[in-house]
Ligand binder design. Structure first.
Ligand code: FAD
Length: 316
């Protein structure tokens, strides 16, 4: 079932979460171990992130360097199929532009449709470690909006190489939104215009980057509505869990902590203390968002379900 259908038929705020494929070498059981503790809260959909390959340079015997591509985590298609087979839940694969040619994207979408997967979160992806800026595949897409257009074409039965119209796909397309602005955007206004272009191209709902200050989410929703973005905007929340997270999350995700939270974090001396502060803040944020009638609250587990479980217990 489509994410948008789940939302339109819901009587209350829905619960959903995102999981990260495990590092290679682990089995599907590690995915189930992350999902099992959260199933009692009846998620309607579970997102599975996509991680592109990385490149390393290995010295050959003749002294020349060889560029080698390595995948650290398995791809999402198989994981989504396994999740849908085991649980009564929709799996939402993340599909990115980075590293994909248009043909590879089309093939991935054909596989997803074949497996009965109705939703796709369409993203650009970040630059890889060896690049300072995002560089698209030479036959791929530069921006998420272009990927969304390609999925939209397939939804109209238009495939890349075929000169006849084929069986249309029927994907519900999600896109990413940034309450605190995407870090590369010149300003929030241009970022919002780019977001609107994604919706105009066919994105039917938005999931936000994590944020810790609800007022930023509410202002973002207002700004979206003002420029005519009418689709559901699902807030994404991440419980802070460890001392490392305290500096890592703002640095990596380009987000700020509100002062009230940063004061509490500064008092923390160990991971256990941070975990408590993170859960309490997540509960506080979730309560306020639910009271405001948001369509769904989407939690980033980042391979750890325990804090999300503790929050969900209080909210759902
Ligand atoms: P875009 O919408 O393409 O935007 C990227 C930047 O380009 C923005 O600054 C935007 O303002 C600008 N822009 C957009 N269109 C244009 C245009 N036509 N001309 C000029 N500028 C333009 N990354 C992964 O690798 N795997 C994942 O699974 C993953 N999951 C995510 C889930 C969520 C909910 C979110 C919020 C992010 C996720 N990301 C993931 C990270 C994401 O890939 C990065 O944030 C990436 O840098 C931007 O992706 P986007 O889809 O928002 O890109």
């Amino acid at each position: 079932m489509k994410v948008t259908d789940h939302i339109s038929s819901a009587k209350d705020t829905l619960f959903s979460f995102e999981i990260l494929p495990p590092l290679k070498g682990k089995s599907i059981q590690s995915i189930y171990d992350g999902i099992d503790p959260l199933m009692e809260f009846k998620p309607k959909f579970v997102n599975v992130t996509y991680h592109r390959e990385e490149f390393v340079y290995k010295e050959r015997e003749n002294g020349l360097l060889e560029k080698i591509s390595i995948r650290k985590r398995p791809g999402t298609v198989g994981i989504c199929a396994a999740i849908m087979n085991k649980y009564d839940v929709d799996a939402v694969p993340h599909l990115i532009c980075g590293g994909f040619s248009k043909e590879e994207t089309e093939n991935a979408l054909i596989d997803l449709q074949f497996l009965g997967i109705d939703n796709v979160l369409a993203l650009r992806g970040d630059s890889i470690k060896t690049e300072s800026n995002f560089r698209p595949h030479k036959d791929g897409h530069e921006f998420a909006v272009d990927l969304i257009k390609q999925i939209g074409e397939m939804n109209n039965g238009v495939y890349l190489m075929d000169d006849i119209t084929l069986e249309p796909t029927d994907f519900c397309i999600g896109a990413a939104g940034y309450p605190e602005k995407h870090f590369e955007a010149m300003n929030l206004t241009t970022d919002l215009q780019n977001l609107k272009a994604k919706v105009d191209a066919g994105a039917e709902y938005i999931v936000t980057q994590m944020f810790f200050d609800n007022s930023k989410y509410f202002a973002f929703v207002d700004a979206c509505r003002e420029i005519g973005i009418t689709v559901p905007i699902i807030p994404g929340l991440k419980p802070i869990k460890s001392m490392t997270h305290i500096s890592f999350l703002p640095k990596f995700f380009h987000i700020d902590y509100p002062e009230e939270l940063s004061k509490e974090l500064l008092k923390c001396k160990n991971n256990e203390h941070v975990d408590i502060v993170g859960r309490d803040w997540g509960i506080h944020q979730s309560k306020e968002l639910k009271a405001a009638g948001v369509p769904c609250i989407h939690y980033y587990t980042m391979s750890n379900s325990s804090s999300v479980k503790a929050i969900a217990k209080e909210i759902f």
